[in-house]
Design a protein around this ligand. Structure first.
Ligand SMILES: [Fe+2]
Ligand SMILES: [Fe+2]
Length: 217
């Protein structure tokens, strides 16, 4: 292919894919219409939204891997359907954040392969302690995620809540469902897990590190 034809093909591809539209510059305020998400946000704070969507996507992905690990160990026991129901909701959460990543053109964290392995290992490892261990893991993780979502809601509300209304609705809905998972964990004897307090503290410390890294990397 000649240089001129290659250049023309490249331009055509960029026009078709929308790659000629200016992408976000970190921290700069820009005006964007997000048709596929049904959201129209003018002059959004790009840096804040990038961070929020990236870390939430990573968190929901990690939650899915945790429940996958739990199901691998306990899927055929009496607690299996309880875990499966929570996992199904996590699948919906992840699907939503996948859509938001595309709509807002946010890249995933580079740590995704790591969360894949760590999430599954955490779910399977705690499930090997028994039903109570798995539920203790659920309580610890869901409490951390709900706390994290509350912080994000506060941040967005302090900025300009009307601009972030749709995103706020998503986060609030998911926060409520994470709290339901937390309560389900407690109802199913999480506190009877071996070394519950220590286990919960260690997992929540890990969640804090995971949140910190996923927002930045
Ligand atoms: Fe979730
Ligand atoms: Fe959850």
């Amino acid at each position: 292919m000649s240089c001129a034809r290659a250049l023309a093909a490249c331009c055509l591809w960029r026009l078709r894919t929308g790659a000629l539209q200016p992408l976000s510059a970190y921290g700069r305020r820009i005006s964007v219409r997000f048709c596929s998400s049904g959201m129209t946000l003018d002059n959004i704070n790009r840096e804040a939204v990038d961070r929020i969507i990236r870390v939430d996507h990573a968190g929901e992905y990690g939650a899915n891997r945790i429940y996958a690990g739990q199901m691998a160990v306990l899927g055929r026991t009496s607690i299996g359907p309880v875990i499966q129901k929570m996992w199904d909701q996590e699948k919906d959460h992840l699907k939503k954040f996948n859509e938001l990543m595309v709509a807002f053109r946010v890249r995933p964290t580079v740590l995704m392969p790591f969360w894949n392995v760590v999430g599954f290992a955490l779910g399977a490892g705690t499930a090997l302690l028994g039903k109570e261990g798995a539920m203790a893991c659920t309580v610890a993780v869901e409490e951390s995620i709900a706390h994290h979502y509350n912080n994000q809601i506060r941040t967005l509300m302090e900025k300009e809540p009307e601009k972030y209304e749709k995103l706020l609705q998503v986060i609030k809905k998911f926060r409520d469902e994470e709290l339901e998972h937390h309560d389900i964990g407690l109802e199913h004897d999480a506190e009877l897990a071996p070394a519950y307090v220590v286990l919960k503290s260690v997992i929540q410390a890990g969640c804090k590190v995971a949140i910190y890294l996923s927002e930045r990397l």
